[in-house]
Design a protein around this ligand. Structure first.
Ligand code: HEC
Length: 174
């Protein structure tokens, strides 16, 4: 540990992140040696997130939940290899593009009747305000169930698949 960043330390156990919501909360308060470091980093990232997000011009009724701090400070634990991107792409094309758009602009064919539309993942400025762990967490648990059609995929996809989706989503705004 010691030298490594909080995100990397968290990364050692990433297979357990998505077990259930309770797991996420317990995880946030774990008494590990790197807790203070993670907290400091967490507060820094959180302040940036609070200031920068939601952006002006965003749908007024967008109620996307915010992931626990421990997730906001995480980087994607998987390397961006061609295989990983290819896996992300085929999952995305099959399961996500009808809403998020095959090019990530959020204008897929199934969005016409949605009150809250998906955001534009080709917008680099926007994507820089959303941490990897936040993307992962929403894919895992879904967004606000009362106002959006974004369901959680934790029963359908492995965590590895969800992290490869995060990589693929990032590739819309390189
Ligand atoms: C039925 C339409 C639909 C499908 C299918 C769908 N999404 Fe979404 N998704 C949405 C909507 C609408 C939102 C916006 C929710 C919000 O703003 O809170 C969203 C939000 C998200 C977010 C949160 C990012 C942000 O804007 O803060 C991520 C990440 C995401 N989706 C990934 C995926 C992935 C990956 C898949 C496929 C495995 C998928 N979605 C499938 C409709 C969909």
């Amino acid at each position: 540990m010691g030298e490594s960043e909080a995100g990397c330390d968290l990364g050692h156990n990433w297979n357990n992140y998505c077990e259930d919501r309770k797991g996420a909360v317990r995880f946030q308060g774990s008494g590990r040696g790197d807790t203070m470091k993670a907290m400091t980093l967490g507060f820094t990232v959180l302040s940036i997130v609070l200031v920068a997000w939601p952006l002006p011009g965003d749908a007024a009724d967008r109620k996307t939940p915010t992931a626990p701090e421990a997730f906001l400070t995480m980087a994607n634990p998987m390397a961006t290899t061609p295989d990983v991107l290819q896996e992300g792409k085929s999952l995305y094309d099959n399961r996500c593009s009808k809403c998020h758009g095959s090019n990530g602009d959020g204008k897929g064919s199934a969005t016409k009747d949605l009150d809250v539309k998906p955001r534009n993942y080709t917008d680099k400025g926007l994507m820089q305000t959303i941490p990897d762990g936040q993307l992962f967490w929403i894919i895992c648990y879904g967004s606000d169930p009362d106002t959006t059609e974004m369901k959680g995929y934790k029963k359908k996809l492995s965590e590895e698949q969800m992290w490869s989706l995060v990589h693929y989503i990032r590739s819309f705004a390189p």
